[in-house]
Ligand binder design. Structure first.
Ligand code: SF4
Length: 364
């Protein structure tokens, strides 16, 4: 440990009694999430074990704290491991222990030292001289610009932080904007979603620590490992879509049987994110798995779209996997579909980089 109490991860893992097997399992999970080959696992483990904990500041502006909630539900690694073992979270209004001047002092000292990562949650109001969101007497816009001047990179979590999100809904009374429209000249990565998935944040940080750079992104600034695959192609209900088995009314027989939600407005055919394979709450479920259609929450302006209107199928693509031919498609139970979806996730994790290149151009 150095004079600031900042040790490398190897020291901290030893102190916490975390086994090497569990650590290597985490590294393998990260390699799969990042669509890297197995040969990357030793590189990830070496980087994580030897790198100093990077300082990180988390700025909350016009938000609902849903993305912070997502952070607090991280279990790969647990939030304690994420915060204490991988990152030195120097400033986060909602979960940091200090408050008032001591909290602001921590932010000031981190900014002065430079070289930190900045996570932004929520949009930045720019109307009326930016007075709609002020913290410690300074506007969100002012704080963000100061943070951007000395940060190594900005990670925009949630739709609000990158696009403006719900606060920017027409007529956008506060002049809400996303990070990309307020600062420039600094690497910005877009982990959009409402909220974003914390496992994608963990993987992004792991990539940064391992390779010294942010992962490759699409034309919306979203990392390809997380947003390079069409939801419709990896959905556990896809077999029902192909079999023309649709939910027609909430609570009908098809809904109870886990059939496709396309006719109920599911945006999965035009949405790109790894929800079906990564899932939420420790891989337990995701919105479509729980019976509601995808709302394409990682897309720009999704909050302006009619959630229950069907979307046109543009450039239809085959599913990532098919059920075994000896099984009847019509007999595909939700549970069986879930297993198939999980297997598809494993396959996609390995082949993701290739799949990302093969996907159609129509993105949202
Ligand atoms: S529920 Fe949505 S994503 Fe899943 S197969 Fe149907 S339309 Fe596609």
């Amino acid at each position: 440990m150095d004079e600031n109490g900042q040790g490398n991860l190897r020291d901290l893992l030893t102190q916490r009694g975390i086994s090497r097997r569990d650590f290597m399992r985490f590294c393998a999970l990260m390699a799969g999430t990042l669509a890297l080959p197995a040969s990357a696992i030793p590189k990830i483990s070496y980087a994580l074990e030897t790198v100093k904990r990077p300082p990180l500041i988390w700025l909350e502006f016009q938000d609902c704290a849903g993305c912070t909630e997502s952070l607090l539900r991280a279990n790969r690694p647990t939030v304690a491991e994420l915060v204490l073992d991988i990152l030195s979270l120097n400033y986060h209004e909602t979960i940091m222990t200090p408050s008032g001047k001591r909290a602001e002092q921590s932010l000031k000292e981190t900014m002065e030292a430079g070289g930190y990562l900045t996570v932004v949650e929520g949009s930045i109001p720019t109307g009326e001289n930016s007075f709609y969101c002020c913290i410690a007497g300074r506007s969100a816009e002012e704080i963000l610009k100061e943070a951007a001047a000395h940060t190594a990179a900005i990670i925009a979590v949630g739709a609000c932080a990158f696009y403006g999100g719900w606060p920017a809904t027409s007529p956008n009374p506060t002049g809400a904007k996303g990070v990309k429209d307020v600062v420039s000249g600094v690497p910005i990565i877009n982990l959009s979603g409402c909220p974003y998935n914390v496992d994608n944040l963990t993987a992004t940080v792991v990539h940064y620590l391992t390779f010294g750079s942010l992962p490759a992104v699409d034309d919306l600034g979203r990392p390809l490992f997380a947003y390079g695959r069409r939801i419709h192609d990896n959905c556990e209900r896809r077999g029902h879509f192909d079999a023309n088995e649709f939910v027609r009314e909430w609570g009908d027989e098809g809904h109870r049987k886990g059939w496709c939600l396309y006719q109920m407005g599911c945006k999965g055919p035009v949405a790109f994110q790894n929800c079906p394979t990564l899932r939420w709450n420790g891989g337990l479920s995701w919105p479509v798995g729980a019976g509601h259609g995808c709302i394409a929450c990682a897309a720009p302006d999704f909050w302006e779209r009619e959630p229950y209107e069907t979307v046109p199928i543009v450039g239809p693509t085959p599913p990532t996997t098919y059920p075994p031919v000896e099984e009847e498609t019509k007999g595909l139970s939700p549970a069986a579909a879930g297993v198939i979806g999980g297997l598809a996730g494993l396959a996609v994790g390995v082949a993701g980089a290739v799949a990302a290149r093969e996907l159609g151009k129509e993105r949202s």
